[in-house]
Design a protein around this ligand. Sequence first.
Ligand SMILES: [Zn+2]
Length: 80
Amino acid sequence: MPEMKPLNCEEAFARLDDFIDRELSPVEQQLVQEHLNVCAHCLAEYKFEAAIVDGIKEKMRKMQVPQELSARLGRALDSA
Ligand SMILES: [Zn+2]
């Protein structure tokens, strides 16, 4: 069992991107989560970054719509 040493701000900050992408080990996810629970500064930064990541995902999702639409139109034309 690895030692659950609390992260300081610098350590939590360095892991934020991977935390948002869920690419940390379960132990590190837990450590970052625990730091966010007690540190308003890092929590604010996390929310800021997570909002940007969500925004990018939303944009990518919207960019896929025309492709899906044209594929659907293509199938509709094939079956007509
Ligand atoms: Zn912090």
